[in-house]
Design a protein around this ligand. Structure first.
Ligand code: ADP
Ligand code: MG
Length: 616
């Protein structure tokens, strides 16, 4: 039984322990002003972590989370300000609220629950958007909620400050909640849902193709991060005691984004260290500014050194380390890596590749394409094509460039919507299913232009597919299963590398291993040998043959390499201008005059016996 995902406890402790030591030391030694700075830093850490739970895992910049902080701050304010002060500053409150005087913990909890629910509702439409449009939507959200808070005068005093909110947050209290936020952020990042979302961040179509429900994962991250943002808002409210809606608008949003950019958007360690670095920098620059003004300039004083310094910090980070100080790694992962490097340089041997343990699946049923049309505007890229694929069979799909092969794979896998026709899987019409549902029905695919999650490790690329396919394995079994799949493709020794650092030939193999995690019955491969030399493509040929034999897979292989297609396939389907112009055994198809003509054009076809492999 484990409550938290693997890696969360050590990964959190490595951040929490130093923070606890340093801040508790500060609590005992430094003066009141400095204590304020430390408390403020801890509260900001919670805020940065809230942003990073969503932005870090989804890759979508959020401008909206400050709005959740503001909402929570005003809710907890309305519930905790003493009745005597409400009578003066908020005379129009409804009676029950005017008399409410809650403790900070109870009010904070209520604020967090309400704001989390609001975040969920707002997240439903936002999570359907991806990339820049989602970021713009969050910006709109910030502006709208700010307007709502200012507009709800009776409850918030409009744009004036709320006064008399009990000050409850000192270093120890802030420390407890900062530690809690670190654990939540790490637990989400390390969870399978978090891994799936990071895969979406790297490449959404590829993630969907292995069964990841991208909007669902985004919604989960958005809601969790909305809840943590509410916590940050509550803490900030009870730290400041006096605040206006402006406190939760653009300035704090940008301060937090600077912290994320400096530390590294995509890791929890980055968020925590970014908060420290920026807080320290602001303190140093402020005191430098004061000194400079006192010693050098005198009157008139010069303002803006802090802002200039922060801007320069961002520029420097963007120049030297675009991914922030921590890049895509967590502190504990970096330490692990150094340790393993040290160990392997002492000559440790790599593990032998394990072979597949997947059960053979009975060769029945079929995947049928029936009169499929896919039109892009006026162009019918696929124009009434039909074909069938059975388990245990390897079918080649060939045709000149632009004949619609990739488009056809896209319609089968659900990446593209059909214009006409149907796709039938074992008797069920799956034409209308989204990509991730088709993947979960054991139809896997690879992509012509390799689509790996380049910043995840080789192992995590496979693991995310295992997770998305709904296998309920213990973390240890999941790692073993991933290694076994990598072993089947002969790449187990690269398990700890970032996927993007492998040579292309191995990246293509990793794509296949990742697709195998779905336990596919049908696998669609788009030019798996593209860019490979003869030896590499021979090795691939052998691997594919083995997969068919050991797993009873139905393979649909698109390739330009006719040598490979002719040797590998039981049957070949030829596409030209979106239509099937020939189908049959490799030898037959190769001699078919229509095929020769399609490949070579009329005139040259007359003087050539067989189509030559096509260049790219
Ligand atoms: P192949 O994989 O056989 O080389 P494709 O399926 O990639 O061919 O392309 C078939 C035709 O459809 C081409 O004319 C191509 O320009 C067009 N096409 C492919 N994808 C799109 C798209 N997303 N939008 C518009 N046209 C497309
Ligand atoms: Mg193609």
């Amino acid at each position: 039984m484990r409550l938290l995902p693997q890696g969360t406890v050590p990964g959190s402790l490595i951040l929490i322990v130093p923070i606890v030591i340093v801040t508790l030391l500060a609590w005992q030694t430094v003066g009141a002003a400095m204590q304020g700075t430390v408390t403020h830093y801890l509260v900001m850490t919670v805020a940065v972590l809230a942003f990073s739970i969503f932005t870090g895992n989804s890759g979508i910049l959020s401008f909206g989370h400050a709005a959740f902080m503001g909402l929570a701050a005003h809710i907890t304010g309305a519930l905790t300000i003493p009745a005597a002060q409400k009578a003066i500053f908020l005379p129009d409150l409804p009676l029950w609220l005017a008399q409410t005087e809650m403790s900070f913990l109870a009010a904070g909890l209520i604020a967090i629950v309400i704001v989390t629910a609001i975040a969920f509702l707002i997240g439903v439409p936002i999570s359907r958007l991806g990339g820049p449009s989602a970021a713009i939507a969050t910006l709109g959200l910030l502006i709208i909620i700010y307007g709502v808070i200012v507009g709800a005068r009776d409850f918030t005093r409009g744009s004036q400050a709320l006064i008399g909110v009990p000050k409850e947050i000192d270093i120890p209290v802030a420390l407890i909640f900062a530690a809690l936020a670190i654990v939540i952020a790490r637990a989400f990042r390390d969870s399978l849902a978090g891994l799936e979302l990071r895969a979406v961040r790297e490449d959404e179509p590829a993630a969907r193709a292995i069964g990841v429900n991208a909007p669902g994962r985004r919604l989960l991250a958005w809601t969790v991060s909305g809840g943590v943002a509410a916590l940050a808002g509550v803490l900030l409210a009870h730290y400041l005691g006096v605040y206006s809606p402006k406190e939760f608008y653009f300035q704090i949003t940008f301060a937090i984004l600077v912290m994320l950019i400096v530390g590294g958007m995509t890791s929890v360690s980055g968020a925590v260290v970014g908060a420290i670095a920026v807080t320290l920098m602001i303190e140093l620059l402020r005191s430098a500014e004061d000194n400079l003004n006192a010693d050098v300039f005198g009157e008139p004083t010069v303002f803006g050194l802090t802002d200039i310094g922060l801007s320069l910090a961002i520029l420097a980070i963007l120049f030297w380390r675009r991914e922030g100080l921590f890049g895509f790694w967590e502190a504990d992962e970096l330490i692990d890596r150094w340790r393993r490097r040290a160990a392997s340089s002492e000559g440790a041997a790599t593990q032998p590749a394990q072979t597949g343990t997947a059960a053979k699946i009975a060769p029945e049923g079929s995947l049928a394409v029936e009169n499929v049309v896919k039109a892009f505007g006026g162009l019918r890229a696929v124009d009434g094509a039909s074909l069938a694929l059975r388990p245990g069979e390897i079918v080649g799909l060939i045709g000149p460039n632009g004949s619609g092969k990739t488009t056809l794979l896209g319609t089968i896998s659900g990446a593209l919507e059909l214009t006409e026709g149907r796709i039938v899987l074992d008797g069920d019409d799956i034409s209308a299913l989204p990509a991730h549902k088709i993947a979960r029905r054991h139809v896997g695919r690879t992509f012509q232009n390799i689509r790996l999650f380049v910043h995840l490790t080789v192992m995590d690329n496979v693991k995310v597919a295992l997770a998305a396919s709904g296998t309920r394995l213990s973390p240890g079994d999941m790692a073993a299963r991933s290694l076994a799949l990598l072993g089947e493709l002969g790449i187990a020794e690269y398990a700890d590398r970032r996927a993007g650092t492998l040579p292309y030939g191995l990246q293509r193999r990793l794509e296949i291993a990742r697709a195998l995690a779905l336990e596919p019955r049908y696998l669609l491969l788009d030019e798996p040998a593209a860019g490979m030399n003869e030896t590499e493509s021979d090795e691939l040929l052998e691997i594919l043959g083995r997969l068919r034999d050991s797993r009873g897979l139905g393979l649909l292989v698109v390739d330009h390499d006719l040598r490979l297609i002719m040797r590998l396939c039981d049957r070949v389907v030829v596409l030209n201008k979106g239509q099937v112009i020939a189908e049959g055994a490799p030898g037959e198809v190769q001699a078919n005059p229509d095929v020769i003509e399609a490949y070579l054009g009329k005139r040259r076809a007359a003087s050539q016996a067989a189509p030559a492999p096509q260049g790219r």
